[in-house]
Design a protein around this ligand. Sequence first.
Ligand code: CP
Length: 342
Amino acid sequence: MRHWLSMMDYDPAELAGLVALARRIKRDAAVGATMSAGHPTAALRGKILGMVFFNPSLRTRASFEAAMLRFGGHAICLNVGGDTWNLEHRDGVVMNGDKAEHVREAAPVLSRYCDALAVRTFAGLKDAAEDAADALIRAFARHATVPLINMESAMEHPCQGLADWMTIDERFGSTRGRRLTLTWAPQAKAVPMAVPHSAALAAAAAGMEVTIAHPPGYELNQAILDKARSWCAAAGANLSVTHDQASACAAADVVYVKSWGSTAFYGKPAEQTESFRRHADWMVDVRHLRRPQAILMHCLPVRRNVVISDAGLDDPRCVVVDQAENRLWTQAAVLSRLLSES
Ligand code: CP
């Protein structure tokens, strides 16, 4: 039994296979050819996905539910602290606070009801080492007895990374050798590094030339950068990091925009907000799309005129809605693979 916790759980060839499968499912669905017994989506038929959210979602929840329903399965959605118990994940604690249930029971119980589980956890944004350990989703993975999917954790959003790869592949016909610039952008409050980590890993696995632009002090996780760099090198490409946003975007085929917080400001929200304000000119606009065929990407949700200008988001080269749609097809591919293997 395999889980899907990280892009790094799979090698680039397997990830490319998932993107190819997602494109096939999308094509077949367009002509109504997905319901035969031999089709990869038959693995979802009659199956139940249990989704556990520790944080809000629009796309992730709706796209997983849509994938399960569309291909004959069903999804159960639980919102921790809302319509289900607050969950503890640390071992050996005295549970006399607000957490009424432990992951040690919750994960195996849900595994008895469901054929696969999916969890969204997010980063605490207080302690970089704690976030890097991704302890909550890893506790679920240890105690689940069915495949577990990462719907965004402290460190990664692999479902988003795969949908982004598929979107670039659709637009350009292939990804290899294309130039992707992942640019930092300001925000209203601190947000995690999960999406930029998965975007960098996906682009590297796809054989793209990757440039990451951010202000000094906004470095991404070193282990993720090392893995992305090694995947780039294996494909004959490079990964570089710069503080010069304009130059990084000038030659880009793909301008991928995402805000993230600095670990230097973890636990210091006022200083983080002030830093975002100081770097307000990093907001992305159409002027950053210098090549005529360049596309503009963001995972959504996006704060207009803080992260990306109205003109940028409303430009025909902006593909954010395609990215969101492709969550459905790539997740159908991941579910098909995990459910047919388990
Ligand atoms: N991109 C993404 O995961 O969107 P949601 O937070 O709305 O699920």
